[in-house]
Write a protein that binds this ligand. Structure first.
Ligand code: DX5
Ligand code: ZN
Length: 221
């Protein structure tokens, strides 16, 4: 796995011009659009639902990577799938029957991700690894953008990479200094909120995360 993919999280975008923000990151080299869905139960914050996914779907061809931080994912898979999601990730901590959720996501022909919080061991998802396309290792406690990266999550990425050959995504506090650490540990998909949408030049920010130096030609985004 040699290509690092960057998935800017729209949680840190300017929601008053969300469409423009998405077009800007697409033009700046983003690979996926990461959409954080929070329900005020699983995490202490509330964000967006399927109606927003549907309204931004026509604006870009980039895959929509939908991160469900919600207590009952099975109740919403159909809505998010029909709204135009491409990858649907649910949290292992909320599911007694993760195989059923995976089957439901696959029924709608979407890619499946399973996520674990910083304190959740890889062991919890061992039994379903062969059924998913991606594992999302949270590197902050889910709920808010702009938190500090938790380096104690790095060994979990290494542990997972030894047994899992598909996509390993990381999310939380990823910037140009923490990106090399997670990539070295084995991650290949990087979610970035603050470090992309908080930058003056999105293209430069995305290139830095990919580990290249982008020759600045001026002109901002
Ligand atoms: C946190 C979300 C993240 C977050 C990333 O619960 O899942 O996607 O918005 O933001 P940064 O990159 O600012 O940590
Ligand atoms: Zn996220």
């Amino acid at each position: 796995m040699n290509k690092v993919l960057i998935a800017p999280s729209i949680l840190s975008a300017d929601f008053s011009k969300l469409g423009q923000e998405i077009k800007d990151v697409e033009r700046s080299g983003a690979d996926w659009i990461h959409i954080d869905v929070m329900d005020g139960h699983f995490v202490p914050n509330i964000t967006v639902g399927p109606v927003v996914v549907r309204s931004i779907r026509p604006l870009t061809k980039l895959p929509f990577d939908v991160h469900l931080m919600i207590a009952k994912p099975e109740a919403y898979i159909e809505s998010f799938a029909k709204a135009g999601s491409d990858i649907i990730t649910f949290h292992a901590e909320v599911e007694e029957h993760p195989k059923e959720v995976i089957k439901l996501i696959k029924y709608f022909k979407k890619k499946v991700g399973v996520s674990i919080r910083p304190k959740t061991p890889v062991k919890l998802i061992e039994g379903i690894l062969q059924m998913v396309d991606m594992v999302l290792v949270m590197t902050v406690e889910p709920g808010f953008a702009g938190q500090e990266f938790m380096p104690e999550c790095l060994p979990k990425i290494e542990e997972l990479r030894k047994v899992f050959r598909k996509d390993i995504q990381v999310d939380g506090g990823i910037n140009e200094s923490t990106a090399p650490e997670v990539i070295k540990a084995g991650a290949n998909v990087i979610v970035a909120g603050t470090s992309v949408f908080g930058a003056k030049n999105y293209k430069e920010a995305i290139s830095k995360l990919k580990g290249q130096t982008y020759p600045c030609r001026g002109g901002g985004r």
